[in-house]
Design a protein around this ligand. Structure first.
Ligand code: DQA
Length: 145
């Protein structure tokens, strides 16, 4: 089973960026450990600060991944283009957020992605990604894949 993780702008700074909100672990350190706890999953990981590059990646992964875990970060709240890309692919897509966006500024309460994804996991810190992996694995089993 292949799972793609796609991270949007400023998530390359995890660990250094607003540690009170996002924690003090880099995504790379977290990801290394997560990979070890799911030895049967073929993961790939992509991060970009550029909206069009994220759209390209969603299109590229859209038919070859069994599931995409997407944290579009700030573009979640602004991007019709990323929402349209999600709508145009076959893979299941889980929207994740590290922080509880609903307990933050009101502009973070709106997501252009939530209406077009298969599920949403919000506010569990980096564990949001692990929960998304587990949900994709469960779903694949139910479908008998
Ligand atoms: C975020 C929440 C967004 O509002 C913010 O712009 C981010 C990270 C999160 O994972 O909590 O960059 O997506």
């Amino acid at each position: 089973m292949k799972i793609s993780i796609i991270n949007g702008p400023n998530l390359n700074l995890l660990g250094k960026r607003e540690p009170d909100v996002y924690g003090s672990t880099s995504f790379e350190d977290f990801f290394e450990k997560m990979i070890l706890s799911f030895p049967d999953i073929d993961f790939d990981y992509y991060q970009s600060n550029i909206e069009g590059e994220l759209i390209n990646q969603i299109q590229d992964m859209g038919d070859s991944s069994d599931g995409i875990i997407l944290n579009a970060a700030a573009f979640t709240h602004t991007s019709v283009g990323i929402a349209d890309a999600v709508k145009s692919i076959k893979s299941r897509v889980i929207e994740v957020h590290i922080s509880n966006t609903f307990s933050r500024e009101s502009f973070r309460h709106k997501s252009f992605l939530s209406p077009v994804v298969d599920g949403i996991i919000v506010g569990f810190g980096l564990d949001s990604y692990r929960l998304a992996v587990e949900s994709l694995i469960k779903d694949n089993k139910i479908k008998g894949v």
